[in-house]
Design a protein around this ligand. Structure first.
Ligand SMILES: C[S@@+](CC[C@H](N)C(=O)[O-])C[C@H]1O[C@@H](n2cnc3c(N)ncnc32)[C@H](O)[C@@H]1O
Length: 245
């Protein structure tokens, strides 16, 4: 059965995966305010706090109970990877898939511990409207939600077109309203032929027209078999620009 999803799964990356995805070094992150949006069960806040960083995450599911998040994370990681491997068009080698899944389970463990210890760092909210004032953060990191949850026809994972181009434009402008710099990963299509996901160019063009500096930057992490078009999108807010409309 062809792989697709009907919602964004609760699935998160480890610290090393995240630094590689966003082409960041630990030293780039000290002394700045960082938002992870959406954080899901990734390890950025957990590991960031142990390194003394000023970091918080936001996700619509953070209003759930800890036990429910843990159960949901384990089930969605396991079920999603099983379905991914069952479709010959998406499957990776067994070893690569197992390794990838184990990293997601390790990230979930770090997340659960930090969510219990530092609940104030996990904020409930969702794109395209974030509960922060303008320029609340120096850097917003947004991984594996935008572009990934476009429809399968557009190179994403979803069975529907719910997260369309308008949603993407609104969400990216919202991230840039609350942060001075935004880094988003990935920019490649996660289904179909190797290519850039189809909303990437129009989003980059629109944000450039708004006056911001927009670049594709090579990622330093390869996810599964996605070796081509392996870039993050970096947007630096134009100096003196008002809230994005
Ligand atoms: C795959 S996780 C991404 C986690 C992490 N950033 C990473 O790279 O591994 C996707 C997350 O998107 C969240 N999500 C779903 N709808 C959302 C929305 N409208 N705005 C923000 N996050 C949303 C889900 O709850 C889920 O935790």
């Amino acid at each position: 059965m062809p792989f697709s999803l009907d919602h964004a799964v609760f699935f998160g990356r480890t610290w090393d995966e995240c630094l590689g995805m966003y082409a960041l070094k630990e030293s780039d992150l000290s002394g700045i305010k960082i938002l992870d949006c959406p954080g899901g069960p990734d390890a950025l806040v957990a590991e960031g706090l142990t390194r003394g960083l000023d970091i918080c995450a936001i996700d619509p599911l953070y209003d759930s109970k800890l036990e429910d998040l843990e159960a949901r994370g384990r089930k969605e990681i396991t079920d999603t990877m099983a379905a991914w491997q069952l479709d010959p068009d998406t499957a990776w080698g067994d070893h690569k898939a197992e390794e990838f899944k184990n990293l997601k389970l390790a990230a979930l463990d770090s997340f659960i511990e930090a969510f219990a210890a530092h609940p104030e760092r996990y904020i409930v909210g969702s794109l395209p409207e974030l509960p922060f004032s303008d320029d609340s953060f120096d850097l917003a990191l947004s991984g594996n939600f935008l572009f990934v949850y476009a429809s399968v026809e557009r190179g994403g994972l979803m069975s529907t077109d719910e997260l369309d181009l308008d949603f993407h434009l609104e969400s990216v402008r919202e991230l840039l309203r609350v942060a001075k710099e935004v880094r988003m990963f990935p920019s490649f299509a996660v289904t179909g032929p190797a290519r850039r996901q189809e909303f990437v160019d129009p989003v980059m063009e629109a944000l450039r027209s708004d006056g911001h500096q927009v670049d594709l930057v090579p990622a330093q992490w390869v996810e599964g078999d996605f070796t081509e078009f392996n870039h993050l999108i970096r947007i630096r807010k134009a100096a003196g620009s008002g809230p994005a409309s």
